[in-house]
Design a protein around this ligand. Structure first.
Ligand code: FES
Length: 504
């Protein structure tokens, strides 16, 4: 067996790997974060690195000699949705707990004062499992196709949580022994990976979770660095594709307690949707894909420094708001939804998602017509463009979410106009302009006063069950009550999906 040395920069991280393995294999071995959206199958072009000053794809580049690889640094300056209303502790340290949102893309941990229930500090990080795939399907596939796949993904998320704990302890000047318990919520796959449980059944029909109820384990047994006797409570999943994070949303929006007709939409890598008709609660999950989080979009990104988060046509021209007030270098989900709304309003794009003839564009904007990779595109700023393919990606994501809530409404015989409320959860949902969301079709046409953004529902729900045993009982009753609707076998879904491909 011939071994080669691979050095990853920045950081000069060195690893030895067998000849014939890929640069992505070497990165995984060295714990270097290269985001591999398709899980290394060579289909997404998302794992770019630089070798000998040339752009290469980490999952395709075979190591046959010693190499130096330049990796784009992942910063944690994203607007990862942490609680912005943190309580400042002035007295002695009380009993502390940790609420965790186990997101597919980002993981957020919040230190909570158990007695008062108030959050005192929070930290978020990109989920390092992205090296094994951007979505849960790729990660399940990695686990089922590699003997040590589950163990690797489990260890990766446990290490990630331990890193967040270490950061919070340092910041608050406490030790891990001060943290007495944890409550975590995530989608069903993330919860299984966190617990180190087999995910194979989640990758095949009928997508039954192995763990069907809430779980309490000792922190020490999971390898989590808090007071070793401390418990880790993980929310009950609702179904294979609807996890404890959606249960958390149902809990914090009090869907079962209010006599209202309400939708709750959690927009993340998947779109999880809940509908209450005032008596029953239905749930579904739509494969929205990561486009609304900036992935699969030519100049897309998460809500990080330099991302365009807001777009407006002002005085006939384009006005951009960029995160960090720096020069724009990408566009994130909320900017994307704004841009779609602007393009529709200006007649630059038709309701089928195609660019209109340039002579029909407002004259002042015609110079923004351009070509990118031989396809028509709209120039947003300097070299940042929005292509026909990008429109298609966004259209597919919006159609999936729209078809999800339309199907649930049909199931419950509720007309959209009858809805009393729409709750929008998720990092993306917190920064979105409701008018643009309606204009682009992401949210139904409804009085915007009925739309309420609840922030990170998963984290808020985890905090609720962390500090209050009564909330655990409520959550477990809710998990039994919520009726899961499998969209793939619902006749209305495909019709709603094709109709949803048209912008309003
Ligand atoms: S092309 Fe390499 S991870 Fe998708």
């Amino acid at each position: 067996m011939t071994l080669h040395k691979v050095i990853f920069n920045p950081g000069k991280i060195e690893v030895e790997i067998e000849s014939g393995k890929t640069v992505l294999d070497a990165a995984r071995l060295a714990n270097v974060r290269i985001i591999a959206p398709c899980g290394g199958h060579g289909t997404c072009k998302g794992c770019k690195v630089s070798i000998d000053n040339k752009t290469e794809f980490a999952c395709k580049y075979i190591v046959e000699r010693d190499l130096e690889v330049l990796v784009e640094e992942l910063t944690n300056d994203s607007k990862i949705l942490i609680n912005e209303h943190l309580h400042v502790v002035t007295s002695s340290i009380g009993k502390l707990g940790l609420a965790i949102d186990l997101g597919t893309t980002t993981v957020v941990a919040e230190l909570v004062d158990i007695d008062s229930g108030l959050p005192i500090a929070a930290a978020g990080i990109h989920n390092p499992q992205a090296t094994f795939g951007a979505d849960v399907i790729s990660r399940i596939s990695y686990c089922t196709s590699h003997k040590d796949g589950l163990e690797k993904l489990h260890k990766t998320i446990i290490n990630c949580v331990n890193d967040l704990i270490a950061e919070l302890c340092k910041r608050q000047n406490i030790t891990i022994m001060h943290i007495k318990s944890i409550a975590a919520a995530g989608n069903t796959t993330m919860q299984h990976l966190f617990l180190g449980e087999d995910v194979e059944s989640l990758g095949q029909n009928p997508f039954e979770p192995k763990i069907k109820n809430s779980v309490t384990v000792k922190a020490a047994d999971l390898g989590i660095n808090i007071w070793p006797q401390g418990d880790v409570y993980v929310n009950s999943p609702i179904a294979g594709h609807v996890g404890g994070d959606t249960l958390a949303v149902a809990l914090v929006t009090k869907l079962a307690e209010k006599n209202e007709k309400a939708l709750a939409i959690d927009i993340g890598t998947n779109g999880e949707i809940l509908l209450s008709d005032g008596k029953e609660i239905f749930a579904c999950s739509t494969a929205a894909g990561p486009a609304l989080e900036g992935a699969k979009i030519t100049f897309g990104s998460s809500g990080c420094m330099g991302a365009i988060e807001n777009v407006k046509f002002q005085g006939g021209n384009l006005e951009l708001k960029v995160i960090g007030d720096v020069q724009a270098k990408s566009i994130c989900g909320s900017g994307l939804i704004d841009l779609l709304a602007c393009l529709l309003d200006a007649g630059i794009m038709t309701n089928t998602g195609k660019f209109a003839k340039v002579e029909n564009w407002p004259e002042i904007l015609q110079h923004r017509n351009c070509k990118y990779d031989n396809h028509q595109a709209f120039n947003i700023f300097k070299n940042i463009v929005f292509t026909q393919k990008d429109i298609r990606e966004a259209q597919l994501a919006i159609a999936a979410i729209k078809a999800g809530f339309t199907t649930l409404c049909k199931q419950a015989s509720i007309d959209i106009a009858q809805l009393d409320k729409i709750y929008v959860a998720g990092a993306f949902g917190n920064y979105i302009d409701p008018k643009s969301a309606i204009r682009s079709g992401l949210l139904p046409k409804i009085d915007i006063n009925k739309i309420e953004f609840i922030g990170n529902g998963s984290l808020n729900g985890a905090r609720a069950v962390l500090v209050n045993p009564q909330e655990r009982i409520k959550a477990e009753m809710l998990a039994d009550k919520i009726k899961y609707v499998e969209l793939a076998s619902d006749m209305n879904f495909m019709t709603a999906y094709s109709e949803g491909m048209f912008f309003p």
